[in-house]
Write a protein that binds this ligand. Sequence first.
Ligand SMILES: [Zn+2]
Length: 303
Amino acid sequence: MLHPLRTGLAALALFSGLALRPRLRAEPAGPAPIRVATFFPVLNEIAAQIGGPEVTAIEIVRPGVDPHTFEPSPTDLRGLVGADLVLASDLGMESSLERLAANSGPRARVIDASAVLKGLGPYLEVNGRREPDPHWWNSIPATIRVVRKVASELSALRPGSAGAFAARADACVARLQALDQWARIEISSLPEGRRQLVTSHDAFAWFARDYGFTVHPVTGISPQSEPNGRDLAALIDRVRRDRIPAIFVENSVNPGLLETVTRETGARLGGALYADGLSADGDGTTYDGMFRHNVRTIVEALR
Ligand SMILES: [Zn+2]
């Protein structure tokens, strides 16, 4: 099964062919900011932080939008016109992303964060097949690799600002490493037997690998998939047998199924996690806030 994000981007690639044409650009006297169009809010934050005043980050997919079901409107796609760089987040999308680049103007380069991380991440079981987990932002080491890639792409576009991009990337990486250290200390208070994450969809394989958790998703890779009765029964058995104290709904998902599990097992709802990136309000409006919220919520509920 395709990750639904791919379906959305495939539709986008088709749609952008209709909505956009290349545009002739007059070069201003001084260097105009590099135009970076982003299809994922975490990538927008990275582009803005590393780019500083040298970049205009154009947010096509905004915080709080479910990336699994996003369908761009013609207005959304206007942000692609004249883009120098397009940052997207998906797996196996190379050909669609190339078409998208072709529609975004003569100069745009398209970077797919999941392609940057190809071969490095954990795999998920999707309808009996193994597929790479697309939720790379739930891993700080993976996010650091993406930060470095964005810095090198910006430097290639504007070599005169390479020093500034590298300095901002170093500062960003230092903040991320401090966040990772903090997370490790918080999580070290959880006994290993308690590091079991029951979540509504399968979004935490990267996080689990970094911090020694096992993930038990109620649904599959997308918030919209439905579990079959046998999988749900197996999950309920697992929660009972391992006395898993809490399970987690996600900010973007209908909690009905998880309520069935709590009723059957006595586990309580541990709180909502940000599974699919940033939110429009609350703790999840920044990467740092999103990650801290997830770690605190998990540690408090499973301790
Ligand atoms: Zn997801």
